[in-house]
Ligand binder design. Structure first.
Ligand SMILES: [Zn+2]
Length: 164
C-alpha cells in the first residue's frame, strides 16, 4: 500500500471524519482503478471518491453507496454525448450547466448530490435536443470570418510581427 496522505479539505459529509488517500485496494480490491479518498471510518462508513489520474485531486465529494449509484447513472447517460465526439467535453458541460442552472465550475457530476443527479437525468431529453441543435448549426458559420475575434488577433499579429 502506498503512503497514506491526509487531504485537509476533504471531510466525509456523512460522519465528519477526515478522508484518507489510499491506493484503492480497500474499496476495489485492486490498485487498477487508481487511488481513492475513503472516509476515515471506512468500512463502518462506506463513503469514498476516486482520484484524477496522476494526481491526488479527488473527482468530487465522498459518496455513500446510494449517491455513488446516482452519479454512475448520471455519467452513463451524460458522458456518451461528448465521448461520441459529437460535442467537446467542455461544450457538453456548458450545456449541462445551463440546463441545471448552475455555474460552469459547479458542473461536475462528482460534486452532485442525489437531487442534482435526478435533475440531470430528467433533463437529458432537453440536453440531447440541445446537442442535436448545436450539431446541426455547427456546419455554417453565421459570423463572417473577418469579424471573428480570432481573425482580428491573426490580423494584429501580421501587422505587428515583432510583438507576436
Ligand atoms: Zn464517513
Amino acid at each position: 500500500m502506498k503512503a497514506v496522505k491526509i487531504h485537509p479539505e476533504l471531510v466525509c459529509p456523512y460522519c465528519g471524519s477526515t478522508a484518507k488517500l489510499t491506493d484503492g485496494t480497500p474499496v476495489y480490491k485492486t490498485t487498477r482503478y487508481g487511488q481513492v479518498y475513503i472516509c476515515g471510518n471506512y468500512p463502518e462508513c462506506d463513503a469514498y471518491v476516486g482520484v484524477h489520474p496522476n494526481s491526488d485531486l479527488p473527482k468530487g465529494t465522498l459518496a455513500n453507496p446510494e449517491l455513488r449509484e446516482w452519479r454512475k447513472a448520471a455519467h452513463a447517460k451524460f458522458d456518451p454525448l461528448w465521448q461520441s465526439k459529437r460535442i467537446t467535453r467542455k461544450k457538453g458541460y456548458m450545456i449541462l450547466a445551463e440546463h441545471l442552472e448552475i455555474a460552469r465550475e459547479d458542473a461536475h457530476i462528482g460534486h452532485f448530490d442525489i437531487e442534482q443527479c435526478k435533475k440531470l437525468l430528467s433533463l437529458m431529453n432537453k440536453i440531447e435536443a440541445d446537442v442535436d441543435a448545436y450539431e446541426e448549426g455547427k456546419g455554417d458559420d453565421p459570423v463572417p470570418k473577418e469579424t471573428t475575434q480570432y481573425h482580428r488577433w491573426e490580423k494584429e499579429k501580421e501587422s505587428h510581427p515583432t510583438e507576436a
